[in-house]
Ligand binder design. Structure first.
Ligand SMILES: Nc1ncnc2c1ncn2[C@@H]1O[C@H](COP(=O)(O)OP(=O)(O)OP(=O)(O)O)[C@@H](O)[C@H]1O
Ligand SMILES: O=C(O)c1ccc[n+]([C@@H]2O[C@H](COP(=O)([O-])O)[C@@H](O)[C@H]2O)c1
Length: 201
């Protein structure tokens, strides 16, 4: 049976924290591959300015280049309207009926899952693998299970390193003209510079 990880994100921009997260999930769960899926329209971030989906998709492709276990899907970029994870996972479940699917996310997002669309459908289609996120506590699975029945058994809590990297911090640094060495893969840094995606203000 093939074990696939699915890492959804806004990826504005993709960073080393995402690559370390995917590597940690591969190592802990014995995944055969991780599919990175940039959100076409991240509805939770509707109030903030987000880079065009085509640019984020391109950056994700650059970020994973040379890592054969990491793939990229444009399934959410091509699907019109708000990007809902349950729809993506139902599509992937149909595509890979016999595979073990893990939706990978940080502890910050696991805690927010009761606010997501059809969280029950998410855990029917896939298991969850939740990794530490610097600044966020280990999620209380019993409390979450009271709100989303079944989530406790559907979730694997990963106990990897707390990596203090976030896309919002990177955008803020770039807007101030500060260096982002070691925070984003060099090929992504070159793309950001060439396209002037986060201009200095
Ligand atoms: N440093 C990190 N450690 C663990 N998980 C992370 C880390 N960075 C991102 N993630 C997780 O990766 C997924 C995609 O994250 P996203 O693309 O929104 O990046 P982000 O750094 O959280 O962005 P922003 O700071 O703009 O909110 C989310 O589930 C998030 O929790
Ligand atoms: O489906 C939802 O309702 C939903 C709500 C918030 C976030 N998500 C997904 O969670 C992933 C990480 O989101 P974000 O906002 O942290 O980049 C990404 O794949 C989003 O589409 C999904």
């Amino acid at each position: 049976m093939v074990k696939r990880g699915i890492l959804g994100g806004t990826f504005d921009p993709p960073h080393m924290g995402h690559l370390m997260l995917a590597e940690e999930a591969c190592r802990c769960l014995g995944l055969d591959e991780v599919i990175f899926i940039p959100a076409g329209e991240p509805w939770v971030k509707a109030a903030q300015q987000v880079s065009p989906a085509a640019e984020r998709l391109e950056m994700v492709k650059l970020a994973v280049a040379g890592r054969p276990c990491f793939k990229v899907s444009d399934i959410e970029v091509r699907r019109p309207g708000a990007s809902y994870t349950w729809e993506t996972l139902v599509q992937l479940r149909d595509l890979y009926p016999d595979d073990e699917l893990y939706f990978i996310l940080g502890w910050d997002n696991l805690a927010a899952l009761p606010l997501w669309h059809h969280a029950g459908r998410i855990i029917t289609a896939a298991k969850l693998a939740a990794a530490p996120r610097a600044g966020f506590p280990r999620p209380d699975l019993d409390a979450l299970d009271a709100r989303i029945p079944g989530i406790k058994t559907a979730t694997v809590i990963l106990d990897g390193p707390h990596v203090e990297i976030s896309a919002s911090d990177i955008r803020a640094r770039l807007k101030k003209g500060l260096a982002t060495d070691d925070l984003v893969p060099p090929q992504v840094a070159a793309y950001i510079e060439a396209k002037n995606l986060y201009p200095t203000v």
